[in-house]
Design a protein around this ligand. Structure first.
Ligand code: SF4
Ligand code: FES
Length: 257
């Protein structure tokens, strides 16, 4: 396949960015390559010409780590539903295609270099409550705490979130509700997560609001999510947040009953 690539190039966070066009470097691409392997080939050719390679983030290259996100022709992670950029294959495109490749566009994710953005705002949300503080000791017997099958399945679906940020990039408000809801509900749905359920929900939602826009139910996040996480989790999060306003006041003795 011969492609024409238009790639966002930006030398640093405070440098101006621009789209650069690559034609010769994107020739003879195998349809069996992954999208990142195609970028590897382009980078080898750029390095051979003495030019800076395109900076992009990657680690697992199998849809697990969440680091490889980028906009491909205006779609977060590209055109294939339920697929991270590293799992996308070039056969999804046609010979002669023109591809526009950009970093996530969201104020909370500033560009560090080329296609790499800073997703530390997600870390702040996790730090606010995305964990269980009980000392766990050695692994207990699996049947020590009984978990209803429906709760286990739903918690597992939420736990599939890889923190890639596509939900934020796809949202017209740059909202992080889907990520935050997934990270809250994979704990809130389980018995082990109940002790901190409402303090966790309030802390994580309040931290999310510091960095990201508000949800207005466009559902673009669900469409872009490589793990196909349902916006139902946002509804569960909103329910727990409303309950938290009362429960947390009770805990601190501020409510009448
Ligand atoms: S909810 Fe989906 S799109 Fe958002 S960070 Fe998690 S895996 Fe990525
Ligand atoms: S490189 Fe890990 S999810 Fe794509």
């Amino acid at each position: 396949m011969d492609l024409t690539l238009h790639v966002w190039r930006q030398a640093g966070p405070d440098e101006p960015g621009r789209m650069a066009t690559y034609v010769d470097e994107a020739r003879d691409i195998s349809p069996d390559m992954s999208f990142l392997e195609m970028l590897d080939i382009v980078n080898e050719r750029l390095i051979a010409k003495g030019e800076d390679p395109i900076a992009f983030e990657h680690d697992c290259r199998e849809g697990i780590c969440g680091s490889c996100g980028m906009m491909i022709n205006g779609q977060a992670h590209g055109p294939q539903k339920g697929t991270a950029t590293c799992q996308l294959h070039m056969r999804k495109f046609a010979d002669g295609d023109e591809l526009f490749i950009e970093p996530w566009r969201a104020r909370a994710f500033p560009v560090l270099r080329d296609l790499i953005v800073d997703r530390q705002a997600f870390d702040r949300i996790i730090e606010a409550g995305g964990y269980i503080t009980a000392p766990t000791g050695a692994a207990p017997d699996a049947n020590l705490i009984l978990v209803p099958k429906e709760a286990a399945d739903a918690a597992m679906d939420a736990a599939a979130c890889i923190g890639c940020g596509a939900c934020v990039a796809a949202c017209p408000n740059s909202a992080a509700q889907l990520f935050t809801a997934a990270k809250i509900q994979h704990l809130n749905l389980l018995p082990q997560g109940q002790a901190e359920r409402y303090t966790r929900t309030k802390a994580m939602v309040d931290t999310m609001e510091e960095f990201f826009g508000s949800c207005t139910n466009h559902a673009e996040c669900q469409e872009a999510c490589p793990k196909e996480i349902s916006i139902d989790f946002i509804a569960y999060m909103n329910r727990d947040y409303v309950k938290a306003q009362i429960k947390n006041r009770k805990l601190t003795g501020q409510a009448a009953s």
